[in-house]
Write a protein that binds this ligand. Structure first.
Ligand code: BES
Ligand code: MN
Ligand code: ZN
Length: 493
């Protein structure tokens, strides 16, 4: 989708489609008023008769209005001003789907009429461009005869043409493209998106944006003592990969920020086998990794002035004669011995070695890991908020804030020492699962054993990174918007 800025009027706009917000207030908003005057009060008549609706998110298509260059007008209800973030997103989604259902080739959105309660117009433009570009996403990679993609309309935002607004459009578009990349990686099936495939994708991303890349194979991981990571891939025919990418956009002497993604390309549970129902969805167990690669793409594309390291812990969790068994004890890279009481708690086993390696090798300023880690987090927060765990107040504030800003939200859950005892083992330093209680927190506690002294936060995206049912089933690109906004804010600090 091609975006631009212009300040036309409803009558001189060069677009074939005008997107007009309709306020629920007595007085018409400016663009609706201009349109109404231009067609001798037809608009207010239609509003009065109920043919048009100003209810938030309602859309109506009007064709060939008198005295108008544009062929069609799409009216979108915006309810009562000022709009909250959530209202605005509802409005923008309604505009996106109305646009998609029309034959528009060039649409002008009269967005300057929209009053926001707590955000500025650059925020609205970033969100709008992200939502519009994201609405064009389709996954056709695995169809033998994919339908041709519908033609993408050009979109003009009726707003001042200045650097801040142009920048906002670029950011929104880059986020949508990064989400598309992450979604496709997530949607590809486990027999395609293997750890080696993720490594290849990372290599082409590196090539495209001149990033440094290093892919550790199983021999190298064994040499480094990553007994925990390797215990997960032991049962699989697919070799594990530890993928490390470096983006250097900041000062040479600045320590990098680090993102670490869980990349279990399929999670059967291993010998602690999962039940069969819905097991296909465990192809999404690499959505953390996908969001890290997507975020890195956006950061490189936007040339953000920061240093960023992305680490992907990629493995397949399978049962077999070589698989790790419940009760097996392995030694992690930092020397901690781990009793694996449940082979389905595998995410933390790959992440702990990835964290140890990443922190030791790159000495990052901050670390955020992103993982589809626990069903417990999904039960607690559903699909609305991702779980946030950290003892670092500043990092917590930054991530909570970026969540509100992007509306890709996070909710903080506890990570207190009182929960650590749950990981005690009679036979090793720690067990890989706790009791039945507070499962999302005990998983975070496990990771905290490997991030001591490091500024670190953990995001559990088990409930938020893919939609589970119906036509919407599939990876949704979260938490790319959260992560990109989080890193963007760092450039302003
Ligand atoms: N990938 C799963 C978590 C998951 C489950 C995400 C369902 C989304 C939907 C993870 O590897 C897992 O199996 N976790 C176990 C941990 C348990 C054995 C302590 C879980 O949550 O059941
Ligand atoms: Mn599992
Ligand atoms: Zn898993």
């Amino acid at each position: 989708m091609d975006f631009s800025l212009a300040q036309s009027t409803v009558t001189n706009s060069a677009a074939d489609t005008l997107i007009i917000p309709l306020s629920a207030a007595k007085k018409l908003n400016d663009s609706a008023q201009a349109l109404d005057e231009n067609c001798a009060g037809l608009l207010s008549k239609l509003l009065k008769s109920g043919d048009l609706s100003s209810k938030l998110g309602d859309s109506r298509l009007l064709l060939t209005l008198p005295n108008l260059k544009a062929l069609r007008v799409i009216c979108i209800g915006m309810g009562d001003a000022p709009l909250s973030e959530r209202d605005f997103i509802k409005f923008a989604n309604a505009a996106a789907s109305a646009l998609k259902n029309s034959a528009a080739a060039k649409a002008e959105i009269f967005c300057s009429d929209i009053q926001l309660a707590a955000r500025d117009s650059a925020w609205a433009l970033q969100q709008f461009s992200q939502i519009l570009a994201d609405s064009e996403y389709r996954f056709t990679e695995c169809k033998s005869k994919p339908e041709a993609a519908p033609k993408s309309p050009k979109v003009i935002f009726n707003a001042p043409k200045n650097a801040a607004n142009q920048g906002a459009l670029n950011v929104g578009k880059a986020i949508a493209e990064a989400m598309a990349f992450a979604k496709t990686l997530g949607n590809l099936p486990g027999n395609v998106a293997t750890p080696s495939f993720l490594a290849d994708q990372a290599k082409s991303l590196a090539k495209q944006h001149s990033l440094s890349i290093k892919v550790l194979d199983e021999d190298k991981m064994a040499e480094l003592g990553m007994g925990s990571f390797l215990s997960v891939s032991a049962g699989s025919m697919e070799p594990a990969k530890l993928i490390c990418l470096q983006y250097k956009g900041g000062d040479k002497k600045d320590a990098p920020h680090m993102l670490v993604g869980k990349g279990i390309t399929f999670d059967t549970g291993g010998i602690s086998l999962k039940p069969g129902a819905d097991m296909d969805q465990m192809k999404f167990d690499m959505c953390g990794a996908a969001s890290v690669l997507g975020t890195l793409q956006a950061v490189a594309q936007l040339k953000l002035p920061i240093n960023l390291v992305a680490i992907i812990a990629a493995a397949e969790n399978m049962p077999s004669g070589h698989a790790t068994k419940p009760g097996d004890i392995v030694t992690a890279m930092n020397g901690t011995t781990i009793e694996i009481l449940n082979t389905d708690a595998e995410g933390r086993l790959v992440l702990c070695d990835a964290l140890t390696y990443g922190i030791k090798t790159y000495k990052p300023a901050t670390v955020v890991d992103i993982a589809t880690l626990t069903g417990a987090c999904m039960m607690a927060l559903g699909s609305v908020n991702s779980g946030l765990f950290t003892e670092d107040e500043e990092l917590a504030a930054e991530l909570l804030n970026a969540g509100l800003q992007s509306q890709d939200r996070v909710w903080r859950l506890p990570l207190e020492d009182d929960y650590q005892d749950s990981l005690d083992s009679n036979f090793a330093d720690i067990a890989n699962i706790g009791s039945r209680l507070a499962g999302a927190t005990t998983a975070a506690c496990f990771l905290s054993r490997f991030t001591k002294g490091q500024r670190w936060a953990h995001l559990d995206i088990a409930g938020t990174s893919w939609n589970t049912a119906g036509k919407q089933k599939g990876s949704n690109g979260r938490p790319v918007p959260l992560l990109v906004n989080y890193l963007l804010n760092k450039t302003a600090q």
